[in-house]
Design a protein around this ligand. Structure first.
Ligand code: 5AD
Ligand code: SF4
Length: 472
């Protein structure tokens, strides 16, 4: 039998990255092999996002390219999955005649059956069925070789928060948490395969387990912290209203929990926060930030902010800038508001013009850049403990080096900052560096990364947390 190939394009968030891996494992059971060469594929799947208008445009333009390919390759099967598939359903088949399959966010367990039907009957299928009490897709172990140091692990799906701008509750469905045992087993399996860091994923991990009366999120973290061989634990995303005192103390008590929290504020104006249905005030948010810093002084805090939410005045936006100056985030994802079908804010009056949104976005990004640069500069001269991911992009792409013979590696600080660094090839067993913790002296700071030199010849395996634990 000839090998069949599939090509998988993932757009959107980390949860889609995780889902794509689970899609890939299932396709392998049908005899498909993954390829990075799109023109070789017999099956192309695009896992889509719809959180902002731009992501949706990206998916449609990619499907447009596929339509051209299919003219010369009639047997090519094209599947569209994920959040945009859930939102648009049948409309995708109508708008895009090249598409054979539209599968929603709760259909991964039915995917192989649908592909088989299309293979044999050349039919077109739409399955965007959603359950009121969604079930977690069965986790299937990937036996294909994979040398990644860091992996995502989905611990819950869906969202019950209904922020006014957000489409997620409508396209991902109701919040459901995964059984702790299943999560622990998956992480153990990853660690056995060489993974050293996991990032736990959920739309709002702070409410993990609450609805189904499982363990709480801090309790789950404590269990994961026990897994031998795992060095670092991260998680995303946290809704500020549900950030508990117990979770704050976990940053002090759990040695593997990285001192970084992504705590999206969305706006610095109480009036806008109310219109967004965020259920906290700026004051309550700042209070939690202060508590986090009191408990864990080194903690890095990052955030999401939407500019130009309907009705946002200059005064509201100024308050967002003020909040950013007060908190001094380590990093910020800033977005121009975009109307999403289903999201309640579509109906809100006083929409902000595109040029004004652009202008606000730019001033917010400019402000954050000065803060990030200042924070990064403050690290120059310090020694940071880096979990090595692998060779840096520059090294992989074979660009000439400016620093003699030393190889350039890449990894992250516990606070999630990217650090590229040189290792003297004679000083360490560089083959085994990926997955190891290395003490790196920071020599240079840029806007989005740091650069330094490895100081300890022997990489460490220990589950150390941050700078203060490492004796250079
Ligand atoms: N417009 C702009 N940004 C949005 N986000 C979510 N919905 C919208 C929207 N309609 C942003 C929020 C969220 C991040 C993932 O995307 O900041 O935290
Ligand atoms: Fe995009 Fe949100 Fe869906 Fe993730 S969950 S793919 S960010 S719409």
């Amino acid at each position: 039998m000839n090998t069949k190939y599939f090509y998988l394009n993932t757009i959107g968030c980390q949860m889609n990255v995780y889902d794509s891996e689970q899609i890939a494992v299932r396709l392998a059971t049908l005899g498909y092999e993954q390829t990075a060469a799109m023109d070789r594929a017999d099956l192309i799947i695009v896992n889509t996002c719809t959180v902002r208008a731009k992501a949706e445009q990206k998916a449609f333009s990619f499907i447009g390219r596929l339509a051209k390919m299919k003219r010369n390759k009639r047997r090519l099967i094209i599947g569209v999955g994920g959040c945009m598939a859930q939102q648009e359903g049948q409309k995708i088949l109508e708008r895009m005649p090249c598409v054979d399959l539209v599968f929603g966010t709760q259909t991964i367990d039915r995917l192989t059956g649908m592909i088989q039907q299309i293979e044999t009957r050349r039919c077109r299928i739409v399955d965007v069925h959603m359950n009121d009490t969604p079930e977690m897709p069965e986790f299937i172990k990937d036996s294909r070789p994979d040398n990644q140091v860091s992996k995502f692990v989905t611990i819950m799906r869906g969202c019950d928060n209904y922020c006014a701008y957000c489409v997620v509750p409508y396209v991902r469905g109701a919040e459901t948490s995964r059984e702790p045992q299943s999560i622990l087993q998956e992480i153990q399996m990853l660690v056995d395969n060489g993974v050293r860091e996991v990032t736990l994923l959920g739309q709002n991990v702070n409410s993990y387990g609450r609805k189904q009366n499982l363990v709480t999120f801090p309790e789950l973290l404590a269990k994961i912290n026990e897994i031998k061989g795992l060095l670092r634990i991260r998680f995303t995303t946290s809704h500020p209203k549900d950030l508990s005192a117990h979770l704050i103390t976990a940053f002090r008590d759990l040695n593997k929990l990285c001192p970084h929290i992504h705590l999206p504020v969305q706006s610095g104006s109480n009036r806008i926060l109310k219109r967004m249905n965020r259920k906290y005030t700026k004051e309550q948010y700042l209070d939690k930030v202060a508590k986090l810093r009191d408990t864990c002084s080194e903690i890095a805090i990052t955030s999401d902010i939407i500019v130009g939410f309907p009705g946002e005045t200059d005064a509201d936006f100024k308050q967002t800038l003020e909040l950013v100056k007060t908190v001094e985030y380590d990093g910020l994802f800033a977005f121009q508001y975009s109307d999403r079908p289903h999201a309640p804010s579509v109906k809100l009056p006083h929409k902000i013009s595109e040029p004004l949104k652009r202008e606000r976005l730019q001033s917010l990004l400019d402000l954050q850049e000065t803060i990030t640069k200042r924070k990064n500069k403050a690290l120059v001269g310090s020694t940071q403990l880096i979990l090595t991911d692998g060779l840096s992009k520059k090294q992989v792409s074979g660009e000439p080096q400016s620093t003699g013979q030393a190889l350039q590696w890449t990894g992250r600080t516990a606070t999630n900052k990217i650090v590229n660094f040189n290792v003297d090839p004679s000083a360490a067993d560089t083959e085994s560096l990926p997955g190891k913790l290395v003490g790196v002296r920071i020599d240079k700071a840029y806007s989005h990364s740091l650069f330094g030199k490895a100081m300890n010849a022997e990489p460490s395996d220990g589950g150390l947390k941050g700078v203060e634990n490492y004796a250079a």
